[in-house]
Every structure is written in C-alpha cells, then in structure tokens.
Design a binder for this molecule. Structure first.
Ligand SMILES: [Zn+2]
Length: 576
C-alpha cells in the first residue's frame, strides 16, 4: 500500500480516473429515486454521498449492548460556521467553498458550472448545518441521544429510505433499537431530499465523490487541499509524501499498523512503568476524593467505585482485533479501490463479530500509533496509546519527577474526564445514569463554573476569546490531572527523596516538565481555528491559565500577589 501511495508517477498519470466510473454514474442520474438509491450504494463504498447515515454503536443507557445509531451527516464544519459565523469562521467558509469549487473544476467542470455546483452543494450543507446543535450543546448527552425502536425510526423519519440504506451497507435485518443523535437536522435532511432539485442533488453527490477520496488521486488534488489548509491554519509547508503515506495507512488500517509499531518502538518495560504510574495516580485520586469536603458520603462512595472500575489500557490492547486477514492488496487495482474493498470487508467483519454480542469494554478505542490519550465514557476506560508514551510525554530514562509532570498529568487528565461535566453523567458501568444527589451536583456545577468563567476571559488572538463552556471538560481534565499527578508525585517523593537539580527544586521540576509538554509554535490562524472548532483551549492556556488555579504551583515558585499570573486563593477552582 505504501508503494501504491508513493508511486506519484502512476497516480499523476491516472489523475481522477479512479473516481471517473463513479462520477459517470452520478452524472447519468435522471430521477430523484435514482439519486437516492445511488446515495446509499455509494455510502457503502465510503463516498459519504448520503447526508445521513447509520452505524453500529454502543447503547448509552445500557453500555453492554450494541445498537444502531442514526443521524444527519452532510456537513463539513461545526454548527457555528453556518449560523452567524464570526470573522475567522467566515474566512474558513470562504476557503472551503473555494476548495470545493477547485475540486469540481479538477474533474472537468468549467468555471461557471463548478461555481453553480459548489453553491448548490453549499446550500444543502448550510440547511442541515444550521439545524445542528452548537458545540456546547453537542457535549450534552441528554441532547444527543434519543432511543427509539426501528419501527419508530421508519415512522418518524419517513423521508429517508432506511431499509434501502441498511441493506446497501450490509447492516443486520433484525435491528430493534436505534439511537438518533439529533432529531432536528435529520428532519431537515428529509426535507432536503424531498425538496432539492435532482440537478442540485447530483451536484452534492459529485462533490462528495471527489472529496471522499481526494487524497488517493493525483497531486493536483492534494495540492489544492494543502493550499486550503495553508490558508486556514497558516501552515507553510506540505508534509513530505512518505509522512502522508504513513498517515493514510495508519488512519485506515489502525491496529494492523499498530502491531508493527509496538514491536519496533514500545518495550514491555515501558508498559510496566506506565501501568505503575497509573496505579499511583489512582491511589492519589482516591486520597483526594476521600479528603473532598464538598461531596456527601453517598456520592463520594459512588465516585470511588467509578474510579476503581476504570479499565486501563497502556500501549496496546490486551486482545488485538486481527484485521490482517482482510488486507488483500491487489496490484491490478488502484490505491482507492484497494482501500474501498478492504474497508468494506472490515466493516462487515466488525458487524458480524459484534452484533448481538456483549460490548467488550476492554477494547482500546484508538490505535497504538496515535500520539493522544482518551477517556471512553461508555467503557469507563482510560487509554494511553504506545505512541504518546515516548519523550516528551514519557521518558523511561528520566527522573520520576519528570514523568509525573508529563505523562502523570496526562493520566490524571483522562481519569478526571470520568468526572468532568460530561463524564460525570455516566456511572461506573458507562451507563447514562444519574449517580449524584441534587445537592452534590449543584456544588460540582458551581465549582466547574469558576473554571468556565476563568477560561472565557482568555483572549486567544485579538478579539477572539476561549469558550469556557465548550472547553470545560478539557479544563476540568487539566485541573484534576495536575492536582492528582502532583499528589502522586508528593507520595513518591516521601519514599524516594530527590535533590534540587539545575537549581530547580523537585516541585519546580514537576511544573516545568508539565509546561514543556504543551510548548509549541502556532500561527494566529491556527490558534483561531482551534478556538472556533476544538474542545481544547489553545496550548498556551493549558499552562498559563491552568496553573494559576493550582495551590501547589504557588508554593513551588513562591508566587506573590504582585505577580502577573496570581489569582487570590478564594477565586481558584477546586473541583477534584
Ligand atoms: Zn481530554
């Protein structure tokens, strides 16, 4: 697959030939019925031509069982970009529209035709996008889960051919329960499918065929895409081809690539050491929960239960998914067709393996080669892929103080997600069940609000402020992560005292290592993009706004009221 991706001579010679047979089918559509049927058939191949979809997922109210999720698709940006966008959001919309037009021109449409098709597609996207929940409301599971029967779905959303779609994608015939994420945009999709002219539906489909596999076509497509990214994020240089090849493979083949990665780069000794850190953090979290002054004993007991029920995945899963048998690379097929076939077979295999079976909550919801970490609320699991367990996040050769400040705070961050404003709505088994007394929940919300208000005051680029509510879960994660990791570090310091090194006390070293993991260079465009579309605050605030909330940071550096980052003690958030 790497060779197929790297062979730019053949790919450039082919141009958009790989998608041409699909474009021809779209262009030959005569009636609405034909359009709707082809939308579903093409979705099975990963073209995203239907502005709705279904997938196999976990029941949030009974997280041991699989069900089918249904929802609206069709949009490429968060809701705010469609509904009264701010200046930087408007700039992104303009870049997206230009990119869409360029794509349409690259597949043989004249400037005028491409402009008309682009506007037709955008009108559909805009109608659906404006009805979606904004990014703050999207974090509220009460607003994004609507359990119903399959019959009710067919009844309530008559404008969509669910049976045709189910069969085209090979989902089981005996679907009983369905979870609809957001009702309003899905109703809008029904209207769009009924009211939009066939010509405009064809424009929508044509663009989505091009977009879905643009990375697998000639350089003209990837260059267009890069120019758009450069304009949106201020990036100056395209990644070398080999890196793009690795990303495409890694995104599509997940654990298969992960197995090779782990074998080469992740020793068993690192797994053991990080596992011990996780256990230290769990102990520190337990101590802090027991000392907690604002929770009642009954809620506290449930919180402790949840903490100890967490599944821990370090590096790679205990049980690999073994998808290699589906990777059948045919040299006579082009890169795109190989991926289409492999992904279809993998999807069918997953459905066969999981349908009517209990959910395996020990499964890792990410690939080992991802530089990231995750909390999964429905599995109540914390996951640390192998690729994040290397410097600067984890250094097997460093003093332990450094590792508590780096990966320790990451571990604490993921644990705290189990108790952030969203995670706290799920119980120890990952079910959307309230385990709080009303009084305790009110106290929690009050404490969290201090953090939300504080982050809303942070100006990221001139005139653009962080959204404290949207980033609240992540900021509770950082706040809790710092508190817990620091306690774990203190516990270890009692057993193994450390000396001052390079003029820095162990406590100062802890905070310096923390700050170092978030150090980065970012253009103003990139920062604005993050504020507009990410649930994390920009990196600089994960240090400069997070630390002034932590008492032990003041002690470590002797911060005084006259110092710039000082916040009076009674204004600091203390959640976990
Ligand atoms: Zn997080």
């Amino acid at each position: 697959m790497i060779c197929l991706y790297m062979d730019s001579v053949s790919r450039n010679k082919m141009g958009y030939e790989p998608i041409l047979p699909y474009l021809k089918q779209v262009r030959a559509i005569k009636t609405r019925e034909e359009a709707l049927k082809l939308m579903a058939a093409f979705d099975a191949k990963g073209f995203n031509t239907a502005p709705y979809g279904i997938s196999l997922s976990t029941n949030p109210f009974n997280s041991s069982e699989y069900l089918i999720s249904a929802g609206a698709g069709g949009t490429s940006l968060p809701q705010e970009y469609y509904d009264n966008p701010n200046e930087s959001q408007q700039a992104v919309v303009a870049v997206f529209k230009n990119l869409n037009k360029d794509y349409l021109k690259l597949v043989g449409n004249s400037d005028d035709v491409a402009e008309r098709m682009m506007q037709a597609e955008w009108a559909i996207e805009h109608r659906i996008g404006i009805k979606k929940l904004n990014q703050v409301d999207q974090r509220d599971p009460q607003k994004t889960n609507h359990l119903m029967t399959w019959e009710q779905l067919l009844q309530d959303f008559k404008g969509i051919d669910w049976i045709g779609y189910r069969d085209a994608l090979g989902y089981p015939q005996d679907i009983d329960k369905v979870n609809v994420s957001q009702l309003e945009p899905l109703h809008e999709v029904e209207k769009v499918l009924a009211e939009t002219s066939v010509e405009d539906l064809k424009a929508y489909m044509e663009l989505h065929v091009v977009k879905a596999y643009s990375n697998y076509l000639s350089d003209a497509f990837t260059d267009c895409q890069f120019n758009a990214i450069a304009a949106i994020a201020g990036v100056q240089e395209q990644e070398p081809r080999w890196k793009r090849a690795v990303s495409v493979l890694s995104d599509n083949l997940g654990e298969t690539i992960g197995k090779l990665y782990v074998k080469e780069y992740f020793p068993e000794s690192s797994k053991q050491r990080v596992y011990r850190l996780v256990k230290d953090l769990q102990q520190a979290f337990e101590e802090r929960l027991k000392e907690n002054s604002w929770m009642s004993d009954s809620t506290k007991a449930k919180a402790l239960e949840k903490l100890h029920a967490m599944h821990i995945n370090v590096g790679y899963p205990d049980k690999w998914q073994d998808m290699e048998k589906f990777i059948d690379i045919r040299e006579n097929d082009n890169l795109m067709e190989n991926f289409i076939r492999i992904k279809q077979e993998m999807r069918q295999a997953r459905i066969r393996e999981r349908w009517h079976k209990p959910v395996d909550k020990t499964r890792m919801p990410c690939s080992p080669q991802e530089v990231n970490a995750f909390y999964h609320p429905l599995y109540n699991s914390i996951n640390f892929p192998a690729a994040i367990l290397q410097p600067p996040f984890f250094d097997p050769d460093a003093d332990y103080v450094c590792n508590y400040g780096t990966v320790g705070t990451i571990i604490g961050h993921e644990m705290s997600h189990g108790f952030d404003d969203e995670g706290c709505l799920y119980d120890k088994d990952g079910n959307l069940v309230n385990w709080w007394t009303a009084d305790d929940k009110a106290k929690f919300d009050e404490r969290a609000k201090v953090l939300a208000d504080w982050f809303s005051k942070q100006e990221a680029v001139p005139g653009l402020y962080v959204n404290g509510e949207k980033t609240l879960g992540e900021n509770i994660g950082d706040n809790g992560g710092l508190q817990i990791a620091y306690r774990a570090f203190e516990n270890r310091l009692k057993q193994e005292p450390l000396a001052t090194a390079d003029c820095f006390t162990p406590a100062q070293q802890f905070y310096l290592s923390y700050a170092r993991i978030w150090a980065c260079n970012a253009t103003p465009e990139y920062i604005a993009l993050g504020v507009n579309s990410d649930v994390h605050a920009p990196n600089i605030f994960r240090v400069n706004a997070a630390l002034p909330m932590i008492d032990s940071w003041y002690d470590a550096f002797g911060i005084q009221p006259t110092d710039k980052m000082f916040i009076p003690k009674d204004k600091r958030a203390l959640v976990w």
